[in-house]
Design a protein around this ligand. Structure first.
Ligand code: SF4
Ligand code: FES
Length: 247
């Protein structure tokens, strides 16, 4: 396939960026999107041009680093996959593809397509943990019986990879789906109850401090989430927040 690429180039957070045009030929439909970007960068290096910076790590849908806005959609046109799992067979010969960084006030551009998503780390650090004494006398987790339905629901909430696609998809750049998934994974388990009140209040406070917008229930986040984190998590977050606010 031959493709026309329109890629956002930006030197750093304090300079203005712009879209630049590139052409690439011999793209194999079985290549991943990131492999296509690798080929483009190799060609640019050979020509003495500066390659396009983009974030990636695991390249198997686990780490959440590969956050590209492709033709206006976080992680591109496929569903239930992150950018590293997107394949070029989703595009046609001659297509024009617009590639931009995730857009949100709380995600400043570091360079080209890389944004700073440490705001999500700070929400997690505000309360997304349980305090356990790990001195050697810790009770085995399996000694606490947990209904299978609750364990499964907690597991699905915990599959959030912190990619930020929910933020990029939201017209308000809200981080509610992310925060809700992280609160839910603890709210559903007995181990999470001890710090439940402080956790939800602290995580929501941090979310607001970071400059993310409010949730207006449009549901774009759920549609674009590569892990299918459902809006039920947001409903649970709201219940947990209300409960914590009156205790
Ligand atoms: S909820 Fe989904 S879209 Fe949002 S950070 Fe987690 S995995 Fe990414
Ligand atoms: S590179 Fe890790 S999820 Fe894509």
């Amino acid at each position: 396939m031959k493709l026309n690429l329109k890629i956002w180039r930006q030197k750093n957070a304090s300079t203005k960026g712009k879209i630049q045009d590139y052409k690439i030929a011999n793209v194999d439909p079985d290549m991943s999107f990131l492999e296509m970007m690798d080929v483009l960068n190799e060609e640019m290096v050979e020509k003495g041009e500066e390659p396009v910076e983009f974030d990636h790590d695991c390249r198997e849908g686990i780490c959440g680093s590969c956050n590209l806005q492709i033709n206006g959609k976080p992680h591109g046109p496929d569903t239930g996959v992150s950018t590293c799992q997107l394949h070029m067979r989703k595009f046609k010969d001659g297509d024009t593809i617009v590639i931009e960084p995730f857009r949100a006030k709380a995600f400043p551009v570091i360079k080209d397509l890389i944004v700073d998503r440490s705001a999500l780390d700070r929400i997690q650090q505000a309360g997304g943990y349980i305090s356990v004494n790990t001195s050697g006398t810790t009770q085995d987790a399996n000694a606490i019986p947990i209904p299978k339905e609750d364990a499964d629901a907690a597991f699905y909430s915990a599959t959030c990879i912190q990619c930020g696609a929910c933020v990029a998809a939201c017209k308000n750049a809200s981080a509610m789906l992310f925060t809700a998934a992280r609160v839910s994974q603890f709210a559903l388990l007995p181990q999470g109850q001890v710090e439940a009140t402080n956790r939800v209040l602290a995580m929501v406070e941090q979310m607001d401090k970071e400059g993310f917008g409010a949730c207006t229930n449009t549901g774009a986040c759920e549609i674009e989430c590569p892990k299918g984190i459902s809006l039920e998590n947001i409903a649970r977050l709201n219940r947990e927040y209300l409960k914590a606010s009156v205790t």
